[in-house]
Design a protein around this ligand. Sequence first.
Ligand code: 1GP
Length: 233
Amino acid sequence: MTAPWDDWNHVLKLDPDKELPDGVTYGDLCATGTDAIEIGGTTGMTEENMSAVIRACAEHDVPLYQEPSNPSVVVEEEALDGYLVPTVFNAGSPFWITGAHKEWIRLEGDLEWDRTWTEAYIVMNPAADVAELTEADCDLSADDVAAYATVAERMFGQEIVYLEYSGTYGDEEVVAAAGDAVSDSALFYGGGIHDYDSAHRMAAHADVIVVGNLAHDRGVEAVRETVEAANEA
Ligand code: 1GP
């Protein structure tokens, strides 16, 4: 079975609640060579701001995925290639593991299963909005993270394990441990990638690196460097 992300090295994550730098367009960001765009964020999400970013990116030739942080911001847009739905394995509340998902299905009935996948998040930066919201236990050793990754892959059949350091550059030893732990699942890494070197180092351990803030803070050239690094690692 092939998955859309089998050939990906780099994902650009755009937050509909954040501005782009002056003079930068969504089209410029879509043309950086990134393999896919994920649209999502933790706070300030609405159907309106989600749809606006999806429509702006839809005019360009890059796969588009929504990453809904809760059921109320899911948008049905033809331009989307699919949904990458987070489930937070180290959340303090089961709401963020299966509860939000249960509500979504209770309200919506069947989803479009042929284009809906989950991402098994392990949230690592306690200062990040996602850690606060999900009350994640971020006090994890490399062994803990490797064990969570194995639980996700072997016990829960997760195709994507997502090591999330959102807003800060992660511990390379921990990322390496997660990479060693998974064999069938794809390891996504996100957090604090800010230049060629940081992208290259994390791409050595992860199958896919995810770049977020850089697009909003520094713009196109900085993102393009991380794409090159991901492809050369
Ligand atoms: C956030 O993993 C992504 O969900 C990327 O993190 O914004 O720190 O690049 P940054």
